[in-house]
Design a protein around this ligand. Sequence first.
Ligand code: 5GP
Length: 121
Amino acid sequence: MAYDQNNVFAKILCGEIPCNKVYEDDHALAFHDINPQAPVHVLVIPKGEYISMADFTANAPADLVVGFMRAVGKVARDLGLDGPGYRTISNAGPNSHQEVPHLHIHILGGKPLGPMLDQTF
Ligand code: 5GP
């Protein structure tokens, strides 16, 4: 599957669509989710055209992989989530309900989050 350069996060990255920015460096951009599912719900995206974690880890240069993962950890730390705890999620493909085909990690926290998934499978 080819990367869709018109996806909403590509437009946020190039400044065409605004975001409520939390953090930015050479490798990553973090911003608040427009439809939060927890008191803290931040998305971290890499600066590059990658659809999913599988695509990113197979094809991104090592400095970008490291820089992106460090950014995820830093954002969670800076949001004060290390002590109380938090959850990271990265959806990929139809079974996960991935909506935006640009790799993103959801950082969720700010309250006890309950079980990871419902148990109805
Ligand atoms: P996915 O289902 O792909 O893992 O998650 C996509 C997330 O992006 C959703 O939580 C959705 O609320 C968020 N989102 C979609 N469009 C926008 C937008 O234009 N701005 C922001 N900040 N978040 C968005």
